[in-house]
Structures are given as C-alpha cells and as structure tokens.
Ligand binder design. Structure first.
Ligand code: NCD
Length: 356
C-alpha cells in the first residue's frame, strides 16, 4: 500500500528523496517562479513540543508558495488542555487544512495521527524516535555542499540514543552506496538497536567510538547533536552527559579541510562559538536549505500524483507495546498495529519489539 504521509524517511525510495532535492534546488534557483505554487492551500502546524526552525521553516515554506497556515505551538491553548484525544483533534483539523505538519513528545504519534487524517501528514519529530524532514534538510545540504549522497564517511556525535535526527539520517544514508558511519557517543547514549539493525540490513560499515578527537581525522561529514535534556528521567544523568563531547578549535584542527560540520540545531554547548566562522561550519546554512527542502516536500505531497510513500504490511498484535514512551500508552483506542522484521513482531508506532 502507498499513501501521502511522511512518517519515516526509511519508507521513501532514493528516487523520491532525490526528487525532493532536485525540486529544492530548482526553487533555490528561481524562487519567484514558485510564488503561487500553493495558492489557496492551507498548512496546519500542530506543535505539541517546542520548536524554532522546523515549525517556522514549514510556515515560511508554505507562505513563500502562496499558501496560508493555521495551527498551534502551545497545545495548552488548544482543546488538548481539555483532554481531547489525538484522534478527535486530527479528524477535525484534517477537515480544515490541506496538509498537516505535526510534532509531539510521544513516540509514534505521527503514525497514530495519520490513521485519522484525510489529508497528507508530515512527521516533524515524534519524541526521541524519528524526524524525517530534518533528514531531508540534511540531504539537501549534503547534495549541495558535498555534491553526492554516497561514498561518505559520516561521524555522528552526541546523543545518539535520543537524537531523532540521527536515527532518520542513518536510515536515509544507509540506502546509498558505500556510506560508512562512525557512531561517537558515551555507552549510555549509543544508537538504539533498531538503528543498528538498519545498518546491518544494508551492509553498511560502521564503528563505535567514544572519542571525538580520535575519530574526527578522516571524516567527510561531522554531524554534531545536542544532549536531549528533556528525554532524561533523571537530571543527574543529563548533568553527567552534557559536556562529554564538545567540538572546539583544538579538535577541529585534526579534521580534514574538506570535512563539513552539520548540526540540526539548537546548539547548547557542543560546538564552541569560535568555530562558527570556520568555512567548514555549515549548520546555519543547513537551516536555510531546510526551508527549500520543505517547500519542495509540500509541493510534491500536494501536487504530484506519483509521490506516494510505501506503507508496511501490518497485523493486529495480541501484545501491547511495553515501551513507556510509545503513543499506545496514552491513546488507548489505537489498534495494536505491528509488523514483522527478521521473524520478530515490532510495534508499528515506535519500532520496539513487542515480545520483549
Ligand atoms: C532537532 C529536533 O527537534 O529533534 N531540532 C530540529 O528540529 N532542528 C534537534 C534537537 O532538538 O536537538
């Protein structure tokens, strides 16, 4: 089956990813040609969790295409504060809007919302799980700045456990030939198993590292991430992790001249400010690319009949997902959707094993 929702970049084909990149580049070249591309269309941004770039770049993207936007960035100003279910909110909003962009602190919420939406729906981050449009941002940046999406040695550093941008980026880059990964984190914040499974499924080379200084030397791309304070149960654990990996001038001296530094932002202290002027520091430019990537995505989802994204075959499971961070715990009416991977039953919403 296929649909018009973007929940997980893994479901996109490389042709679809490249279609977004190609359209984004065309828009960058002559933005005026797209000023009326979405006249009369409405984008709803439903942000249940803080955001600066993702929400505003989606809104700006729609305004630059001639469309308009509705939505909230504080769910306490919506009927959520009165206890409305996700299902009811989405059922109504999808009558008002032509396309929905949603961010939520709970894993699997975008997938759950898509079950009740009549219009295309985009996952703008679901807890520590996935963030496909940040990945499109990263991919547009790589294509423009490195000129390729394959044969890259990519170091990912910081909170690889809770950093949803990392999970989605690995899923996308694993699709391309000969990309390899250096996963730089503390043992406590290493990538979840389901992400390792993806690397193995695609036969990608990867190494685990605990030292940025030791690993930086032969990277094409360094993707720095913030330690995701809001995802820690215990503040003490966050304090123990927050300063472990800091990219400073001394470490950058060991990097190649053509390595580029990306970061989904916001930055806290993991890149020192004196690096901002280094020509390799591309994180602010990356945010600009993101807006063009989102313009391209909105257009393709609203207008391109062929731009339909594959969905997995689902079963209804006897088991309820035990992941305390999964949407199934809070939206109890949801069907217990599962899919099969390597003989195991996985939760369709959060990708965790159901029989664990
Ligand atoms: C990221 C996110 O929300 O996951 N920010 C973003 O969308 N650019 C990264 C982060 O919050 O650390």
């Amino acid at each position: 089956m296929t649909n018009k929702n973007l929940i997980d970049v893994e479901a996109m084909t490389t042709e679809q990813i490249e279609k977004v990149v190609k359209r984004a580049k065309k828009i960058m070249q002559s933005p005026a040609d797209y000023r009326h591309a979405c006249d009369g269309k409405i984008l709803a941004t439903l942000f249940y969790e803080p955001s600066t770039r993702t929400q505003m770049s989606f809104q700006t993207a729609m305004l630059k295409l001639g469309g308009r936007t509705i939505g909230f960035d504080n769910p306490m100003n919506s009927s959520v504060a009165k206890g409305e279910s996700l299902k009811d909110t989405i059922t109504i909003i999808s009558e008002y809007a032509d396309i929905i962009a949603i961010r939520h602190p709970v894993e699997g919420t975008a997938k759950a919302a898509s079950l009740y939406s009549e219009v295309p729906l985009i996952n703008c981050g679901d807890g520590g799980h996935l963030h496909p449009t940040q990945t499109l941002t990263d991919i547009v940046t790589l294509s423009c700045e490195k000129g390729r999406l394959d044969n890259l040695k990519v170091g990912l550093c910081g909170d690889l456990l809770n950093g949803r941008t990392v999970h989605s980026l690995i899923k996308a880059l694993a699709k391309y030939e000969n990309n390899s990964f250096v996963l730089i984190s503390t043992p406590e914040l290493s990538v979840p198993l389901y992400v390792i499974d993806i690397l193995e499924k695609h036969g990608c080379k990867y190494e685990i590292s605990h030292s940025l200084a030791d690993s930086i030397g032969d990277l094409d791309v360094l993707y720095m991430t913030r330690i995701q304070r809001e995802r820690f149960k215990d503040e003490k654990d966050y304090q123990a992790q927050k300063n472990v990996f800091v990219l400073d001038k001394q470490k950058l001296d060991k990097a190649r001249n053509d390595m580029i530094i990306l970061h989904p932002l916001p930055r806290v202290n993991e890149i020192t400010v004196d690096i901002d002027d280094d020509p390799r520091a591309l994180y602010f430019k990356q945010a600009q690319y993101g807006m063009y990537g989102r313009m391209a995505l909105i257009m393709l989802m609203l207008q391109d009949e062929d731009f339909t994204i594959a969905t997995r075959d689902n079963q209804i499971s006897e088991h309820k997902c035990k992941n305390p961070k999964c949407v199934i715990q809070s939206e109890e009416y949801l069907p217990r959707l599962s899919y099969e991977k390597l003989g195991m039953e996985m939760c369709e919403f959060c990708d965790k094993r159901l029989d664990d």
